[in-house]
Every structure is written in structure tokens, then in C-alpha cells.
Design a protein around this ligand. Structure first.
Ligand SMILES: CC(C)(COP(=O)(O)OP(=O)(O)OC[C@H]1O[C@@H](n2cnc3c(N)ncnc32)[C@H](O)[C@@H]1OP(=O)(O)O)[C@@H](O)C(=O)NCCC(=O)NCCS
Length: 181
């Protein structure tokens, strides 16, 4: 598949097929703003403001449109029944270092959705996007994300870096991980 294809839709392949990862559109702004306006979400992400309003979601979606599809891919995680439940993306903040990030709205935690979405996205990154290495990091106090990344096949590099968390307004230890195709 062409590496320039912009974030095509991915169905999760666990047999139940309950999630679709697709390119975000402007109409997603309301759902994103509602779900992201939660310190339990923003406090686990480096650059998400809190509180988080519609203007933040619209600005985020505008930034997504400007991304280079060779290096960055952002998906809305859509549940077939509930609609948009969160976001997932590969962002290249450093050259040749695509980094996986994701969040789900609180009502959708604890149902295996993040593991399912991350696994499908990594399959796509390897098979269709041609990536052999993906990086990730989670704040040391984020047990849920640690579990998601381990289950998706990431390994700890041993590096722990202090990373700014916009919503907490402080630096937080972040444990670095790597995934090899
Ligand atoms: C992290 C997050 C995406 C996890 O999503 P999720 O869909 O609830 O995760 P899953 O249901 O796939 O759970 C994955 C594993 O984590 C475990 N887990 C979930 N919440 C946990 C918690 N609070 N503490 C410890 N383990 C937890 C689950 O039990 C599961 O493991 P298991 O299958 O062996 O039981 C979600 O909590 C979230 O969006 N949090 C806020 C934003 C965030 O942290 N983003 C990631 C930044 S690195």
C-alpha cells in the first residue's frame, strides 16, 4: 500500500470487529472535547491542556490536517456502537522516531479497547506504513498504559526521562519503551 495514504481506516481484527481506526474529521470535535476534558486523561498525556474545550479540539483537528502522512498518522478510535471513544496516533517528534500515543474517554476504560486499538495500529504501521520501530513512553504512575504497551509488544528500554505534563504543570518521570516489527 502507498506509504502516502493518509491514515486509512483500520478495523480491529479480534473477531468481534468492534473498533474502527479512521482519519479524524472536523465533526469529531464535540466528542473529543467532551471526552478529553478530564484530568484523568490529560494528566497522563504530555501535551494535552486541561481544562479542554471545543476550541482545543478544533485546533487539534486542524493540526492533524497539516501532518505529513509519511511521518505522522492520527486516528479517531470509533466504536461501532458508541461512536468516537478516543484517539490514537503515531507522532514523530524526533527524526525517525515515530512515537505511539493514545487516550480513551473515561466511560470506555477497562474494556480492552486500548489494547485492541494499539495492536491493530501497530499491525498497520508494520504492514502498510512500513515502520520497523515504534517508540512509546508512559508516566511512571500510569499502570493502565504500561499494561497496554506491554500487551501490544513493547519492551522497556530502561530509560526514564522527566517529561513536562502540561495538564499537571510539572515534570513527571516517563518510562521509555520500544516496539520492533
Ligand atoms: C491507558 C488507557 C488508554 C487504557 O485503556 P483501556 O482500554 O482501559 O485499557 P485495556 O482495557 O486495554 O487494559 C489493558 C490492561 O491494563 C489493565 N489495566 C487497566 N486499568 C488499569 C489500572 N488502573 N491499573 C492497572 N492495570 C490496569 C487491564 O486490566 C488490562 O490488562 P489485562 O488484560 O491483563 O487485565 C486509558 O486508561 C486512558 O485513556 N487513560 C488516560 C490517558 C492515558 O493514560 N493515555 C496513555 C498515555 S501513555
Amino acid at each position: 500500500m502507498c506509504a502516502l495514504e493518509v491514515a486509512p481506516a483500520i478495523g480491529t481484527a479480534d473477531g468481534r470487529g468492534r473498533l474502527i481506526l479512521r482519519r479524524p474529521v472536523k465533526a469529531d470535535a464535540t466528542a473529543i472535547a467532551e471526552l478529553a476534558n478530564d484530568i484523568g486523561v490529560a494528566g497522563m498525556i504530555a501535551r494535552m491542556p486541561h481544562p479542554y474545550g471545543l476550541a482545543d479540539a478544533e485546533a487539534f483537528l486542524a493540526r492533524c490536517e497539516a501532518l505529513d502522512p509519511r511521518t505522522d498518522a492520527v486516528f479517531a478510535i470509533e466504536h461501532r456502537q458508541f461512536g468516537v471513544i478516543g484517539m490514537l496516533g503515531f507522532r514523530q517528534h524526533q527524526p525517525r522516531r515515530p512515537e505511539l500515543g493514545y487516550w480513551l474517554g473515561r466511560p470506555f476504560w477497562g474494556r480492552g479497547y486500548a489494547t485492541e486499538a494499539a495492536t491493530a495500529a501497530l499491525d498497520w504501521a508494520r504492514r502498510d506504513w512500513g515502520k520497523a520501530v515504534v517508540w512509546a513512553g508512559h508516566f511512571a504512575d500510569n499502570r493502565a498504559s504500561a499494561q497496554v504497551l506491554v500487551k501490544a509488544g513493547f519492551l522497556y528500554t530502561g530509560d526514564v526521562e522527566l517529561q513536562d505534563c502540561l495538564a499537571r504543570g510539572e515534570k513527571v518521570p516517563s518510562r521509555k519503551m520500544v516496539w520492533l516489527a
